[in-house]
Design a protein around this ligand. Sequence first.
Ligand code: 5GP
Ligand code: ZN
Length: 137
Amino acid sequence: MQDCIFCKIIKGEIPSSKVYEDKHVFAFLDIAPVNKGHVLVVPKNHSLDFSDMADEDIKAVFVAAKKIANAVMKGTGAQGYNLGMNNKKAAGQLVMHSHLHIIPRFDDDGLKHWPAKKYTEGEAEKVKDVIIKQISI
Ligand code: 5GP
Ligand code: ZN
């Protein structure tokens, strides 16, 4: 897509620190890393977010992410990593070309887990039902 910053990075029109490329996938360092070694894995086909991705791109991105995440761990000495995708504005998505974050994690990096809410009595059952109704096979 013409005005998409990640499409421009894939085409080499904007420089990036590339760590991996194959037929379907391009991966590069996030310019503002949560921890050093933070990688973005993107499908070469432009799609807006996870819901918009073709199944074959989902497969290609996650298969590549497995290789890259292991390399990030070994290369940076991280003890763990988070895989994450922000999907749509409400979830914090800033770049509207789907991308998977690989964030290396260290025992002492000081990052906190997400806050946890509680269900009221019977609420989980209702929430489960509204989701099940929307799942199409
Ligand atoms: P989002 O919030 O959309 O999931 O994350 C977008 C990510 O892209 C951010 O972490 C941001 O630092 C990164 N980013 C934005 N512009 C550029 C860029 O021009 N180059 C690189 N390497 N990363 C970028
Ligand atoms: Zn794009």
